[in-house]
Design a protein around this ligand. Structure first.
Ligand code: AMP
Length: 351
């Protein structure tokens, strides 16, 4: 057990790190953020900030020397430089990061454990794309295997001729068959160091332009019917990885059952509602897990919870939002609003 008062290292400087650090502070821990960017909004609420490149081994080793445990809030942290952490435990593991960083490896990993994925074909060349259009068929989505998020690095191919204009850059891609889903949902779990797993209620998620717009709990009947099978799969994934911390799997609910889309080895936007909407949030349980503390109850704190993201530069009236006492406003302190950028979220509890 890592006693309160010790320092937790967080790789990545975004809003997830900020909310992890706030949960850690409540339990008496100090946090130290490591991130390459100067505007690290997580660092604003932390005791220490190392601004350095991921491959700066000296900075990484000095950071590790200050930490009792290290975690990550960003799944595109390159794995090789993490050797510089030495003996300081990294939780979840570098292996979990490696599997989840690549759409191909995560799909294979989950399929090997019995999960159903969209049909897919690896695309490195124009010939591969032509083959994919035959084996998988259109409509489908061409996605970068690595570093895609919030719908970035994706091209929708509704008919074969849509592929004509796509200039392949040489980076590894995956062509996925289009899934006709009725709804989307996520399974968020936390696995402790003793292997015990807790789940939060699954939110029904709505995406706009590939970006999460809204998460609602409880999900509709159709999703609820598919949650047990999805949870079973998610637990198998967590066990197979010897996972410690919060793990998220995203699913499409279809007439044939849950289809796995992707996983995130971290706290997730579709779990932000747990800050006010659950007895223990995803952020607090992640901190408890990596520090070896018992996990908190994940029951709902209200019968209906809805989280919506504040995205881009749309004018929002904070006064009006806060005038409704059911609303909880979270702003991440990002300086510049850009289209598609997540600036904050609003959680609404309903009775
Ligand atoms: P992703 O980055 O893979 O999470 O994709 C972002 C969003 O695009 C998903 O949440 C879906 O709304 C949509 N999407 C991604 N892949 C597929 C697919 N194979 N079939 C249908 N919709 C998809």
């Amino acid at each position: 057990m890592i006693p309160p008062g010790e320092t937790i290292g967080i790789l990545g400087g975004g809003q997830l790190g900020r909310m992890l650090a706030m949960a850690a502070a409540r339990l008496g821990y100090r946090c130290h953020v490591y991130a390459p960017e100067a505007e690290a909004i997580a660092a604003e609420v932390c005791a220490q900030f190392t601004q350095a490149a991921w491959d700066d081994a000296e900075a990484m080793a000095a950071f590790a020397a200050d930490c009792a445990v290290v975690t990550y809030e960003f799944e595109n942290v390159p794995v090789a430089p993490l050797k510089a952490l030495g003996q300081v435990p990294l939780l979840p593991s570098a292996h979990a990061l490696e599997v989840a960083q690549d759409r191909l490896s995560e799909k294979r990993f989950v399929a090997d454990l019995g999960g159903v994925t969209a049909p897919f074909h690896v695309v490195d060349t124009a010939d591969d794309l032509a083959e994919a259009l035959v084996s998988v068929g259109s409509p489908g989505i061409l996605k970068t295997r690595r570093e895609g998020y919030d719908g970035k690095g994706q091209w929708r191919i509704m008919a074969d001729h849509d592929a004509d204009g796509i200039a392949l850059s040489g980076e590894p891609l995956l062509f996925e068959g289009f899934i006709h889903f009725t709804s989307e949902f996520s399974v968020i779990l936390c696995r402790g160091q003793d292997g015990r797993i807790v789940f939060w209620d699954s939110a029904e998620n709505t995406h706009e332009g590939g970006i999460l717009a809204r998460s609602v709990v409880p999900a509709g009947e159709q999703v609820l019917a598919q949650v047990p099978a999805a949870r079973e799969l998610a637990a198998r994934v967590a066990d197979a990885l010897g996972y410690v911390g919060v793990l998220t799997l995203e699913f499409f609910a279809t007439a044939a059952g849950p289809v796995f889309n992707e996983m995130a080895p971290r706290v997730h936007n579709s779990g932000h509602w747990t800050i006010e909407g659950a007895l223990t949030s995803q952020f607090e349980n992640h901190i408890r897990a990596i520090c070896g503390l018992p996990l908190g109850a994940t029951d709902l704190a209200a019968p209906h919870v809805e989280m919506r993201n504040v995205i881009g530069d749309a004018a929002e009236d904070w006064d009006t939002i806060l005038a409704d006492p059911a609303n909880h406003l979270h702003l991440y302190g990002k300086a510049a609003a850009r289209p598609g950028r997540k600036m904050g979220h609003v959680t609404r509890l309903g009775w």
